[in-house]
Design a protein around this ligand. Structure first.
Ligand code: HEC
Ligand code: HEC
Ligand code: HEC
Length: 203
């Protein structure tokens, strides 16, 4: 009985457990594959959590009481067609791997670092807003507003349905190779009070 049981388990479990070269390679491969998948899965899951609107907007009160609140009143939060842009759409560079490794992350770190702790009251936040906004403007200028253009495209706009001012500016912008953030600052949050406007915009 005992030996029989032993024998049958030997056929599968024991063989798999036995540290023979043959199986340990297989087992090791499986284990590493498993760990790899877990790591990737966990990493992706973590990215998914960290990337949600709720996480970015409400985890720390610095964001919750300022930019998040403003954003909740913004067209990018709620609009006629129901297409939503969340924090990461505008603040995390594309494509995905860039999001994780590249300069963009450093930029994001700076932004988050500036916002958390340092600016722990809405008043302190306002005092630092210009500095933080400038970081994002600089980054979006360098990317030629690629974050915006992931959703918006001059080609996809119907000028006939835009205000004459927009139509005219967009026409010229396209010719001159200008991009969104050059003219559209403060499209999701309040503008810093120190911001006096770009010459292009304020005429
Ligand atoms: C995830 C997609 C997405 C991203 C990214 C995005 N937008 Fe939008 N944007 C929208 C949607 C959707 C609307 C609302 C469209 C509507 O209902 O008319 C909108 C509206 C706008 C409007 C019109 C505002 C108004 O009051 O009529 C401007 C200007 C604008 N976006 C600029 C930008 C700029 C600049 C960026 C980059 C910093 C950007 N958007 C990034 C999706 C996006
Ligand atoms: C040279 C300046 C300039 C550039 C560059 C520019 N815009 Fe505009 N845009 C304007 C002006 C001016 C208006 C009209 C005033 C307003 O609504 O803010 C406008 C209006 C809009 C509107 C509202 C249109 C309407 O009539 O309801 C959207 C959406 C928009 N822009 C998106 C973009 C996006 C996306 C980009 C980049 C692909 C971009 N703009 C680049 C100047 C510019
Ligand atoms: C449609 C694009 C867009 C979305 C969505 C968006 N932002 Fe922004 N954000 C900007 C731009 C552009 C700036 C640069 C300053 C400006 O123009 O208002 C900025 C600036 C900031 C700043 C610097 C302080 C300031 O007001 O300039 C913080 C912090 C910030 N965003 C956090 C967030 C958080 C948190 C969310 C989500 C709740 C979010 N943003 C959603 C476009 C966006």
């Amino acid at each position: 009985m005992e030996s029989n049981k032993q024998g049958s388990s030997d056929s599968f479990w024991a063989r798999i457990r036995r540290p023979s070269t043959k199986y340990s390679v297989l087992t090791l491969a499986a284990v590493f594959f498993g760990i790899g998948m877990l790591f990737l899965g966990g990493f992706n899951a973590a990215m998914d959590v960290v990337g949600t609107l709720e996480f970015c907007g409400t985890t720390c009160h610095e964001m919750r009481d300022t930019v998040y609140k403003e954003y909740m009143q913004n067209i990018h939060y709620k609009n006629r067609t129901g297409v939503r842009a969340i924090c990461t759409d505008c603040h995390v560079p594309r494509p995905w791997f860039q999001k994780v490794w590249r300069k963009g992350t450093a930029g994001l770190d700076v932004l988050v670092g500036k916002a958390t702790g340092v600016v722990d009251t809405p008043e302190k936040f306002e005092a630092k807003r210009m500095e933080m906004a400038s970081i994002e403007w600089k980054r979006m200028t360098a990317s030629r507003s690629i974050e915006c253009r992931a959703c918006h495209d001059f080609d996809a706009m119907d000028p006939k349905r835009q205000k004459p001012a927009a139509r005219q500016k967009h026409d010229a912008a396209r010719q001159e190779g200008k991009h969104c953030i050059e003219c559209h600052k403060g499209i999701a949050h309040k503008l810093p009070k120190e911001y006096k406007g770009d010459s292009e915009e304020e005429e």
